[in-house]
Design a protein around this ligand. Structure first.
Ligand SMILES: NC(=O)c1ccc[n+]([C@@H]2O[C@H](COP(=O)([O-])OP(=O)(O)OC[C@H]3O[C@@H](n4cnc5c(N)ncnc54)[C@H](OP(=O)(O)O)[C@@H]3O)[C@@H](O)[C@H]2O)c1
Length: 315
């Protein structure tokens, strides 16, 4: 072991030179990702959401030159809208290194079961807003598969740009071969062989996937458990193709989704006693996106101030 080798945190925790797609990039956690990753000099960030004017104002304030952050209107529940975003990025850049499936919705509120005074009231709370289940799954679970699938060819090309010889490696085959020189727009370029990253999908689920106390609704928890499952299953299914998949499961962070959530908590609810900060969630994604996260695949990163430790939960 080479104990003299130095580590440089600014090189380890950085998105320098990468092309990153973030869904739900205009508010809360997605905006924190955009700000944090942008501060480390990526080549491009494609910021996707339905509210284009919001994305445009964020891009204008963070990136006045307009060269790094590209706002794109995209509804992740619409295959046509996803295909349009992929096609735009394919024409403009031709590849991506990281896809962050962050967009999400809360869905029907079932917290009323704890106030119910009769079993009929429990029934009525659970049957209320039945029609909203479909939209919750469409955004939080189905879209994780749909958006990830649509971007796979661009993630594959991202690998190729970093020198990896693409294609499927079957059982017993590998490690994946790597070229030391790569053809790029401005001619041949040496591949940075110290950068061991392969392309990555990051999915933002929630600790609701594991928490058995209903903090939003059954549909939210179930759809986020689905998102965790999809994220893990993608890691297994794509292992032979050289694309990684990881999941972040946040506790309570400030966002449009949590405006009515308490800012402080007793330690039996959240041992940290507070919501997470946007810097803390930004730091989590930077760890996964940076060279620091190159060996992480199929993982679920929980960042919740200890909330799951004091709730009935399954992990
Ligand atoms: N904040 C928390 O405490 C917390 C905890 C655990 C997990 N999460 C997860 O973190 C992620 C981000 O949520 P947030 O807390 O930052 O809430 P947020 O501020 O409400 O952000 C959600 C984002 O998703 C986008 N979005 C929703 N539906 C979409 C669709 N069909 N197509 C494209 N974009 C869509 C929204 O943008 P448009 O409306 O412009 O489309 C919005 O920017 C979600 O997956 C959420 O479940 C949050």
């Amino acid at each position: 072991m080479d104990t003299t080798q130095r580590t440089d945190p600014s090189d380890l925790f950085s998105a320098k030179g990468l092309v990153i797609v973030i869904t739900g990039a205009g508010s809360g956690i997605g905006l924190s990702f955009t700000k944090t990753l942008h501060s480390t000099s990526p080549h491009k960030i494609y910021a996707l959401a339905r509210r284009l004017p919001l994305l445009q104002s964020i891009a204008a304030s963070l990136d006045p030159s307009g060269t790094v952050i590209t706002p794109l209107e995209c509804d992740i529940t619409s295959p046509t809208s996803i295909a349009a975003a992929v096609s735009h990025i394919e024409k403009e850049t031709g590849y991506i290194d990281v896809l962050i499936n962050n967009a999400g919705v809360t869905g029907p509120d079932h917290r009323g079961i704890y106030e119910a005074g009769s079993i009929e009231q429990v029934r009525d709370v659970l049957l209320g807003e039945w029609e909203k289940w479909e939209a919750t799954y469409a955004t939080n679970t189905t879209a994780v598969v749909g958006v990830s699938a649509a971007f796979l060819p661009l993630l594959d090309r991202g690998n190729e740009r970093r020198g990896w010889v693409n294609g499927k490696l079957g059982p017993g085959e590998g490690p994946r071969e790597r070229k030391t020189v790569q053809k790029k727009e401005k001619g041949d370029e040496e591949v940075d062989m110290s950068d061991e990253r392969t392309s990555q999908i990051i999915t933002v689920a929630s600790i609701a996937a594991f928490n058995r106390h209903v903090t939003a609704g059954f549909a939210y928890s179930a759809s986020k458990a689905g998102a965790v499952s999809v994220g893990k299953t993608l890691a297994t299914a794509l292992a032979g193709w050289g694309v990684r998949s990881n999941v972040i499961a946040p506790g309570i962070y400030p966002s449009d989704m949590t405006t009515s959530a308490p800012k402080q908590f007793p330690v039996d609810k959240v041992p940290a006693g507070r919501q997470g900060s946007l810097g803390e969630i930004g730091g989590a994604v930077l760890y996964l996106v940076g060279k620091s996260g190159a060996y992480v695949n199929g993982d679920v990163l929980i960042t919740d101030g200890g909330r799951l430790s004091v709730h009935p939960a399954t992990y």
